[in-house]
Each structure stands twice: as structure tokens, then as C-alpha cells.
Design a protein around this ligand. Structure first.
Ligand code: NAP
Length: 284
């Protein structure tokens, strides 16, 4: 039976560290890290994510602002808010909650965030910096995965890692972080032929495709480390991941559950990025 990676516990420990580090930084500089979150429209899932981000800020002692804008907000109005936040010294991190209503150009909005305040690490400058291995911020979910591996002393050096999914927010940066950690990386996607064959070679499998319980035990090798980024609903509407946990738990060496695995790490890494942004603002 696999060791179950406890994302809640790792996350709680990291938040405590961030809280202490932030308090020490504030004492030394008088600067309290500040995060601004913008949400446009009333998507219920986004409302929950945004509320949780506000709560996490409180927990670690950050200043936070949540800007709730109507669904019919124009691009000009949204850009004007982003520019005001760029110029606001109390704000070190700016996050625009995705998805935006379809009349708003998400890439344009992200490109207008000062990249020093881009705590999601989606701005092209930050994406490029990640590629070069010279970065301030890492995208929160892939960075959270790396922290989980670190917390359980799982070293990927020289290991075969398969990342399933190639999105800009998870799959691609995840593969890059694994490469920086000296893994041999294979990126799989919907056109990958013989996916099971590729996955059965992997020492570590990271699933990020958004398909409930897709990964079965016969698709992994004995003792594989299985990381589940997926946040899906099963046939009964219950939250689950991309991994068939019950099956894979019996064959893997380590496995992340859903909920309670990667999920809690994402907001924690957002807090870490906001603290980094506040510290960087002093050095500029
Ligand atoms: P996405 O943008 O929809 O991308 C999905 C990726 O999966 C695509 O690259 C797609 O391939 C690939 N894919 C789809 N079906 C496949 C299949 N049968 N075999 C192999 N590859 C397949 O998804 P995302 O935004 O990266 O999110 C992925 C999952 O992670 C979702 O469940 C999401 O909710 C979850 N998520 C969780 C967190 C967290 O905090 N825990 C954060 C972000 C996302 P193509 O490129 O070929 O289409």
C-alpha cells in the first residue's frame, strides 16, 4: 500500500513558515505583503476560490483586497483597475481569477499586470524566466507538487517522470520544473500514442488532464509515485481526481489523494509568491 501524501499537513506547515517569515519581514521593513484578487462575474466555483484566497491571506497575516466586478465589466475598466493596482505600493501581488467572461481577452489582461506582481506566474516574462531557470515566481500548482515531493524526500534526479497534460498553467510548467530537478521528462497529451506503455515506464506520474479516475492500476508500474492534480467529479458528483485512487493506491509507493493532496498546496504557493513579491519590491 502506498504512503498517502498529506497535502493538508504540508500546506499547514508551509503557511506557518510563511506567516513567521512575513511577520519578520514586516518588523524589519514596515511592509506588509499585500495581494489583490480580481474576480469578474459570478461563477460559483471562482467565488469559492477567491474567498479561500482571502482567507489564506488573513491566516498568514497579509493585507488583501478582493475586487468583485460585474460580468459586463469592459476590457477598458478591467485594464484601468489592473494599472491602478500596478501602481499601488500596498499591493505586491495581483491575481485575475480565471475564467474571465468571454468578451474579455485573458492574455491581454495578464500581459498588463506588472510582471513583478504576477504571483500566478502567467505573464510571458515570468513564463520565459521559468524556461531559463531564473525565476522569482513559479506557477502555484506545479510548484506545490514540487514542494510535496520535497516534503516526502522524493528525489526525481535521473528518474523517468511522465507529466500527463500540457496546459500552460499545469502540464508545461510542471514538466519544466521536473527538468530543472534533473528528471528525464516525458510530456503526454491527448494525441500521445500508447499512453499506458509510456506511463508504465515512469517512476513518477503527474496527472493533469481533468478526466475523473482516468489512471488505472494497470497503467503504472509497481512502486510508482502518483501525483494527482485533477479536480473532477465522479459519477455521483463527488470530488475526485484524474487517478483511480482505490486501484492505484495498492500499486504505488506514494500517492496524493483528492481532496487533500495537491489542492491545498496551490493557495499556499500563492502566499509564498506574494511574500516573494513583497521582498522583491524592496530590492528593486
Ligand atoms: P486543460 O487546460 O483542460 O488541459 C488538459 C490537458 O490534458 C490537455 O493538454 C489535454 O491534451 C490533456 N488530455 C485530455 N484528455 C487526455 C487523455 N485522454 N489522455 C492524455 N491527455 C489528455 O486542463 P488544466 O487546466 O491543466 O487542468 C487539468 C486538471 O487539473 C483539471 O482537473 C483541473 O481542474 C485541475 N487543476 C487543479 C488545480 C489544483 O489546484 N489542484 C489547479 C489547476 C488545475 P491536449 O493538449 O492534446 O488537448
Amino acid at each position: 500500500m502506498a504512503v498517502i501524501i498529506d497535502g493538508k499537513a504540508v500546506s499547514a506547515k508551509l503557511r506557518e513558515e510563511i506567516k513567521n517569515e512575513s511577520a519578520a519581514f514586516e518588523k524589519e521593513t514596515g511592509i506588509r505583503p499585500g495581494l489583490a484578487v480580481i474576480i469578474v462575474g459570478d461563477d460559483p466555483a471562482s467565488q469559492i476560490y477567491v474567498r479561500n484566497k482571502g482567507k489564506a491571506c488573513e491566516e498568514v497575516g497579509f493585507y488583501s483586497e478582493i475586487h468583485r466586478l460585474a460580468a459586463e465589466t469592459t476590457e477598458e475598466e478591467l485594464l484601468s483597475l489592473v494599472h491602478r493596482l500596478n501602481a499601488n505600493d500596498k499591493i505586491h501581488g495581483i491575481l485575475v481569477q480565471s475564467p474571465l467572461p468571454s468578451h474579455l481577452d485573458e492574455a491581454l489582461i495578464v500581459n498588463n499586470i506588472d510582471y513583478n506582481k504576477d504571483v500566478d506566474a502567467f505573464h510571458p516574462v515570468n513564463v520565459g524566466k521559468i524556461m531559463l531557470g531564473d525565476y522569482n515566481f513559479l506557477p502555484c500548482t506545479p510548484a506545490g507538487v514540487m514542494e510535496l515531493l520535497k516534503a516526502y524526500d522524493i528525489d526525481v534526479t535521473g528518474k523517468e517522470v511522465a507529466v500527463v497534460g500540457r496546459s500552460n498553467i499545469v502540464g508545461k510548467p510542471q514538466a519544466m520544473l521536473m527538468l530543472h530537478a534533473n528528471a528525464t521528462v516525458t510530456i503526454c497529451h491527448s494525441r500521445t500514442k500508447n499512453l499506458s506503455e509510456v506511463l508504465r515506464r515512469a517512476d513518477v506520474v503527474v496527472m493533469a488532464i481533468g478526466k475523473a479516475k482516468f489512471l488505472k492500476a494497470d497503467m503504472i508500474k509497481d512502486g510508482a509515485v502518483v501525483i494527482d492534480v485533477g479536480m473532477d467529479r465522479d459519477e455521483n458528483g463527488k470530488l475526485c481526481g484524474d487517478v483511480d485512487f482505490e486501484e492505484c493506491e495498492k500499486k504505488a509507493s506514494y500517492i496524493t489523494p483528492v481532496p487533500g493532496g495537491v489542492g491545498p498546496m496551490t493557495i499556499t504557493m500563492l502566499m509564498k509568491n506574494t511574500l516573494t513579491a513583497a521582498k522583491t519590491s524592496v530590492k528593486k
